[in-house]
Each structure stands twice: as C-alpha cells, then as structure tokens.
Write a protein that binds this ligand. Structure first.
Ligand code: ZN
Length: 419
C-alpha cells in the first residue's frame, strides 16, 4: 500500500512538472508570437523565469521549429548583441472552415494566422456535410501539408450545446438530434477538430487583430442571415454555463410578436436580420413606393443586397431611410438591454451590417442615446468592425485554438473540442 501511495505521489509530481513546463513553454511561445522580434533577455524580464529556464524553453521551441532566429537586436550594454527570436510562420498550418447557409468558406492559415489559401464550396444537394468537409481537406485544398496541420477549426452560425454535443440553429439545415459533430470528428482520426460559434470567433478576432486589443470587455453583434453575439470577458470568450451564451438574436422585442423557431415570441433576429431588411425594401417597392433600389437592381429583386441598399440610403432614398430608421430603432432597444445588463466597454457591430455605412451607425448611436439609460449608454462605444472581411471568423477561430487549446508538448489527435 505504501509503495502504491508513493508511486501515486511520484506520478502526481511528474504530472505537475509536465503541466508547469507546458505552461512555461506556452507563455514563452505567446510572448514570441505577439512580438515582432524578442530576445532571451527580454523573455527573462517578462516571464520572471531564470535565464537558464528561458534558454532551455527557447531551445525546445527551436527544436519543435515553432520559432526561429531573425538576426541580432540592439544591446542595452556594450556587450554582445542579443539574438532575436520570432515565430516560424511556415512551420505549421491551421485549416479553418466557416459553415454558412450558402456552403463552406475554407481558409488555410499559417502559424501567424495569415492566409495561404482560401476558397468557397457550395454543398451539393443531398450531400452529407462531413463528406464535403473531408473532400475540402483531402482533395480540394492544393496547399495543405498534412505534416504541418495542427487542427481543423470550424465556425458555425449555431448554438453548440457543449453538454449534449448538439447543434441548435435557425440558420442552417441541421436537425437538432443529428449527431453531426461526432460524424465530422470521425472523419479526421489523426487531427484535433475544434468547433465553435461564429459570433464568438468574430469577437475573438476583434480582440486579437483590431485596435481593440487592449479592450478586455466587448460584445460583437453579428448581423447577417441571422443575428448573434460574441462576448469577450476579461480577454476570453464567454460562453455561459452550457456554452450557449450570446444568443442576442433570440431576445424578445415583443411579448406578443410572431413565434420564432426557438420557441420565443418577437425575436430580434426576425426583425433586423439582413434578409428581412432586403425583404422590407422589396415589399415597399411592390406596394408602389418609389425607391432608387429598383433602378439599381435593374428590376431584378434577387440582385438586391446590403451594399446596394447602402447606396440608396446615402442618396437619401425615402423608402430605405424609413426602413433603416426602424431597424436602427429596434436594434438600439436591443443594444440598450444588453448595455444595461452587461455594461460592456465597446459594442462592435459587424457580420455584414457594417456595409450599410457610417450614416446607419450614426442613426443607431443616436437612437441608442434617445432610448437608453443615459448614464450607462454614454460610456459605451458603439462602433462598426474594422475587420470587415468574413474571413476574420476563420482567423478568430485559428487564434483561439492557438491561444487556448494548442499544447506545444502534444495534442490529442482525435479530440473534438467544443468551444
Ligand atoms: Zn427566437
């Protein structure tokens, strides 16, 4: 018994030592990653670790080829100039896929989260989603290097119930009881597969790649074919107790409103999602209202999109102004609810709605101030995303993986990570 106890104790010590080493490795790697060149001396100063420990960790990262040397830097003393270290962007790849109503958007990223390759794939009718994803990774991508791939990261416009591993979505054609996550994971026994909500990854990208890097608390409102929110709390994605936080589109704006697929009534998503805005413009024209949009789309209503509506809006189009004023008012009420409840530093509007342009943002800000709890609202910045490219959900996913899941000393190959 005593021997077994000793062995357990020894195992625990070894496990703790491995954990501490992985934490230190990750810490040093993150500092090198976020710098544009850093020396071992800088790393000692920033980590508080001994020079010997830092040297050993740097050697290990060099051996893994995750970092490389980039020449010498300036010395603070008259001594030898320090060798600068940087992340070795080409040593690894992350395959990211954004799952949309229209299909999949694939981006192959290097370790620095820069695009190596990107393309979109429409899912053929009747095809199994997991087969299309497998086809993208194994055949369609020309630049994937299987030796370098760290993980596959999927973003999805859906709630992912992390407890029951179910996908709940009003945007995609997925049955709630469909075990789609396991089927995707089973296709890639040699790779970790991470899947998470697209609004959360947009929010994480905002925190990592925009000028909001120092903003610890922000909410990203993703308005497109659905409406969702990503919450960054203390620099981390906040997902709630069951991984389902951020369903901003399903807060009710009208207790007697129309029933929503979620079971609630009068959901925000039904009122302001971009297809609804387009639908309102088409309805207005069909009901005999004059609008510049009719000329812009040359009579083909299927051509109407948000940039086209923005053109008419900026030209003072009466119908579009009336519709967008209503949309701004409804959105501002919803924003006031989360501002009063959450008190974020910044609210970022994105996902495609930013294409309506600065005049719409001005309208939302004005309406929010009119409707809201004055003192709280006045301290919150409401802005459009600076990262107006749909690829940022992929980059956000990849960066989230690197920061929070990736283990330098080894990852479980067939792991399914829900975040
Ligand atoms: Zn709803």
């Amino acid at each position: 018994m005593k021997l077994a106890g000793n062995r357990r104790g020894r195992d625990l010590v070894i496990k703790n030592q491995q954990l501490i080493k992985e934490t230190n490795l990750k810490n040093v790697f993150s500092l090198i990653y976020s710098s544009s060149g850093i020396s071992r001396v800088n790393l000692v100063e920033l980590t508080g670790l001994s020079p010997t420990t830092v040297s050993a960790l740097v050697e290990e990262l060099l051996e893994y080829e995750l970092i490389c040397t980039m020449g010498v830097g300036e010395s603070k003393t008259s001594g030898r100039k320090p060798i600068m270290l940087e992340v070795n962007r080409d040593c690894a790849q992350i395959a990211t896929i954004a799952w949309q109503k229209s299909g999949f958007s694939f981006s192959l990223l290097d370790l620095g989260c820069s695009e190596i390759e990107e393309f979109s794939v429409i899912v053929p009718s009747g095809a199994a989603f997991e087969d299309v994803i497998e086809e993208i990774i194994t055949n369609r991508s020309q630049l994937i290097d299987t030796e370098k791939i760290l993980a596959i990261c999927l973003s999805i416009p859906a709630i992912i119930d992390s407890t029951n591993k179910k996908v709940i979505t009003s945007v995609l054609d997925i049955d709630e009881n469909d075990d789609i996550l396991s089927r995707i994971n089973n296709k890639f026994p040699e790779l970790p597969v991470m899947i998470g909500n697209e609004s959360a990854f947009y929010a994480y990208a905002e925190h990592e790649f925009s000028s909001l890097q120092d903003t610890r608390n922000l909410i990203y409102i993703n308005i497109n074919v659905g409406v969702g929110a990503g919450i960054i709390q203390n620099g981390e994605i906040y997902r709630g107790a069951h991984g389902m936080a951020g369903e901003f589109g399903h807060i009710s704006m009208d207790v007697n409103g129309p029933e929503c697929s979620c079971g609630n009534r009068g959901c925000l998503e039904r009122l302001i999602k971009t297809p609804r805005i387009i639908e309102l413009v088409i309805d207005g024209i069909k009901n005999g209202k004059h609008s510049e949009v009719e000329a812009l789309c040359i009579g083909d209503f299927s051509m109407i999109d948000i940039p086209m509506i923005a053109v008419a809006y900026n030209n003072g189009d009466e119908l579009v102004t009336e519709i967008l004023s209503d949309v701004a008012r409804i959105l501002s009420f919803a924003l006031n609810n989360i501002i009063s409840f959450y008190d974020p530093k910044t609210i970022v509007l994105g996902g495609g709605i930013e294409r309506l342009g600065p005049a719409f943002l001005g309208e939302v800000r004005t309406q929010t101030k009119i409707a809201g709890f004055r003192k709280i609202v006045s301290s919150v910045d409401i802005i459009f995303t600076e990262l107006s490219s749909f690829n940022y959900r992929n980059k956000g996913a990849a960066k989230y993986y690197l920061d929070n899941i990736f283990r330098i000393s080894g990852n479980k190959k067939d792991e399914l990570i829900i975040c």
